[in-house]
Design a binder for this molecule. Structure first.
Ligand code: KIV
Ligand code: ZN
Length: 505
């Protein structure tokens, strides 16, 4: 039997640090459920000291996860951070505190202004403090890839002696070549006293497009926990994509003496869910989960695949849930079929919620005739977006064309159920609708990005719009909306972004 590699998912923490990817507590809970379906070993749920919202999200994820996975919270090596993280994790069946600090010369000198000894003292104090709250403490040596090796050995020895049971060696800036990073992990395993008694983790960023290669090099040289995100979401160029590492181990597990216990059939759905919640699309040629990952375009390739799939496919699409085998529903499918399909897709609903969703399903089915899994996922995402929304769209009427001036009349309903109406003109129907919405909602914002795309096939496909809106302080919020009418999707997406902005305020 090969070594089990523990999958530590940080989509809810590092992934959320992608610009515009912030998630509220409801969204984190939905994603946590999907992480459990994937079977991850550890969920890093957030950075509780960073905001009251994140604190609450960690608490909610703990309740949702129960004893199905370890729930981890991030801290700096600061006592107050650790105390707050412990409070947020109080209800977790298996809590873990992830504490640490920067260890490279540039982090010590420029960011922390700490001598090496002061950094060791702070790290040891942080680990001891964390151990006073929980038994499971992971230490991260931020920017370990560029740290002085002798110093890295000393600080890791000190935190292990202080009680850390996992040491995380991040390649924070994605700088190293995989071979060098692998050598670093091997050397640490040879030189750090006590390291044989703890788990070694790697956490690699993708600044040179090497995150997966760095992670595999870490595994090859003894790491048994890998930190990753769905779709490779994360700071800057992102983190190691879970789907890539897991599938690489499926194909090369013997050579690397490693396996995971992830249910890879959940990857496609998980990827859609992350996109839907964050508004960040996956590039079509992304490995494993991109729309074209299993598409064969040229005649030569198509001919090869028709003769034998193995000519150009190293992975069976069904093994990552990309076989498109989903059932197609119609308006005549009935309650039981919809309920069953939603449950299979991971959306068990109570009777009252189901009735509301069924009404919406019928409206889509009447218009579209055939309703695909992607439509149902969009419908459920739309439903989730409307829960607790401060403003919801009641009516939208536009007139536009040549040579008309585009005008929009919008009715929004506020959290108290009061209706507000506004009219506006604009350069087109979307501009007019956005101006009418802005007139009602009255929050300073700047539209930075607007993307529209079809969710499924055909002229009657649901159109999904993603927007990114910046507030006066420069924080970016994404919003999404889906509907058969793209002016309606666009308005819902804008409203969703403004709702998120207002919730943070
Ligand atoms: O990239 C990094 O080093 C991190 C640490 C906080 C683990 O995200
Ligand atoms: Zn990171």
């Amino acid at each position: 039997m090969t070594r089990k590699i523990h999958i530590f998912d940080t989509t809810l923490r590092d992934g959320e640090q992608s610009p515009g990817a912030s998630m509220n507590a409801d969204e984190k809970v939905v994603l946590a459920r999907q992480l459990l379906r994937l079977g991850v070993d550890v969920i890093e749920a957030g950075f509780p000291i960073s905001s009251p919202g994140d604190f609450q999200s960690v608490q909610r994820v703990c309740q949702e996860v129960g004893d199905a996975a370890v729930v981890c919270a991030l801290t700096r090596a600061v006592p107050r951070d650790i105390e707050v993280a412990a409070e947020a994790l109080a209800k977790a069946a298996a809590p873990r505190i992830h504490t640490g600090l920067g260890v490279s010369p540039s982090h010590l000198r420029d960011k922390l202004q700490l001598s090496e000894q002061a950094a060791i003292d702070a790290a040891v104090a942080a680990v001891k403090c964390a151990r006073s709250y929980v038994g499971d403490v992971q230490f991260y040596a931020e920017d370990a890839g560029r740290a002085d090796l002798d110093f890295l050995v000393r600080i890791l020895e000190a935190v292990i002696a202080a009680g850390a049971n996992i040491v995380n060696i991040p390649e924070t800036t994605g700088y190293s070549l995989p071979e060098d990073f692998g050598w670093r992990i091997k050397t640490l395993r040879e030189r750090v006293r006590g390291i044989e008694d703890v788990m070694v983790a790697v956490h690699c960023h993708n600044d040179l497009g090497l995150a997966t290669a760095l992670t595999l090099a870490g595994i090859k040289n003894g790491a048994t926990q890998v930190e990753c995100t769905l779709n490779g979401l994360g700071e800057r160029a992102g983190n190691t994509a879970m789907e890539e590492v897991v599938m690489a181990l499926r194909l090369h597990g013997e050579a690397l003496d490693a396996h995971t216990t992830i249910d890879a059939r959940e990857f496609t759905r998980a990827s859609h869910l992350v996109s839907s919640i964050t508004g960040i699309k996956v590039q079509p040629n992304k490995a494993i989960v991109g729309a074209n990952a299993f598409a064969h375009s040229s005649g030569i390739h198509q001919d090869g695949v028709m003769k034998s799939r193995a000519t150009y496919e190293i992975i069976d699409p069904a093994s990552v849930g990309a076989d498109g085998s989903g059932m197609v529903l119609t308006a005549r499918s009935g309650h039981a079929a919809l309920k069953n399909r939603l449950e299979q897709l991971g959306f068990p609903l109570d009777a009252e919620t189901f009735e509301k969703v069924y009404g919406r399903f019928l409206a889509i089915a009447d218009r579209k005739k055939e309703v695909y899994d992607e439509d149902l996922e969009a419908l459920m995402a739309e439903y989730d977006r409307n829960i607790d929304a401060l403003w919801t769209l009641k009516t939208l009427q536009v007139s536009c064309g040549v040579p008309l001036v585009a005008t929009a009349t919008v009715v929004l309903v506020d959290a108290q159920g009061v209706e507000h109406l506004a009219n506006a003109t604009g350069t087109g129907p979307i501009d007019a609708s956005y101006k009418a919405v802005s007139e009602i909602v009255q929050v300073d914002n700047d539209l930075k990005e607007f993307v529209v795309q079809a969710i499924t096939r055909g002229i009657d496909a649901l159109g999904e719009v993603t927007v990114r809106v910046e507030d006066a302080a420069g924080t970016v919020f994404s919003g999404r909306g889906a509907d058969g009418d793209i002016i309606v999707s666009s308005t819902k997406a804008y409203l969703n972004a403004l709702n998120r902005m207002l919730r943070v305020k």
